[in-house]
Design a protein around this ligand. Sequence first.
Ligand code: ADP
Ligand code: MG
Length: 284
Amino acid sequence: MKEAIKKSEVLIEALPYIKSFFKKVVVIKYGGAAVDESGINRSVLEDIVFMNYAGMKPILVHGGGPLISKLMNKAGIEPRFIAGRRVTDRESIYIIDKALHSINLQIVKTLKGLGTKAFGLSGRENGLIKVKKLKSEVDLGFVGEVKSVDATVVRQLIDDNIIPVIYPLGIGRDRNLYNVNADDVASEIAVALKAEKFVLLTNVRGVMKDKDDPKTLYNTLTVRGVNKLIKDKVIYGGMMPKVSSCVNAIKGGVKKAHILDAGIPHALLLEMFTDKGIGTEIVK
Ligand code: ADP
Ligand code: MG
């Protein structure tokens, strides 16, 4: 009996959250580092299906880090990253396209198997994201940054209760295909669709003072706090595009941004529907 009452308490605790997120857009980015050949963690997709049936409008953006690196190694290309971004030559871009496309198919298939409608697309479809070559001190090759977003198709999908599953490739004005960091793409889509929440699922607990010690997790960071941690080199590598995409989302009007560990079972549900925050939230 006690057990049963506990369960009802958990459900009722979720009610105010379900109410406040009803019909609201939530953009979720699922980290490359947490994705492999078999697609992505099923519990994450179950959470997204739950959100969908609870009346929210989740949008999923995914990367494909380890699989891409594996396929590049196979082709004799050494994966290289500069400030968290993958150096991408002409051959790599085709490998990346192939890897992301196959992950995308897997995710869409699993979501459908869980009983929702889902539709896979890349940033190059219907001018979803227009990109330009990312300027940086060292030439990164075909690495783009988002110039503009045309979210018409994505808006149509969520209006029809279909979960958009997006991977981050885009076309430049030079007609070349560019690889864009999935954090950046997700953030721009969140801004374009005036999302209520922006959630980055990755392979660490959140932003930590010592990235190998979960006890040093920052529960809440402000935009100023983030900038200081970058300056002090506490945040580096793959965490850099992550925090800057959170800051971009917040500045663009998204209410809250979160960085969570995809390895915690049902991390999304815990963050969305209970009083207890896990991971790092970034606020204005
Ligand atoms: P994803 O594939 O989810 O985008 P990334 O590998 O690009 O993941 O970025 C996450 C990585 O950022 C972590 O695994 C960690 O190595 C690194 N990192 C750098 N600084 C920090 C920090 N201060 N706190 C946590 N992780 C950090
Ligand atoms: Mg990354």
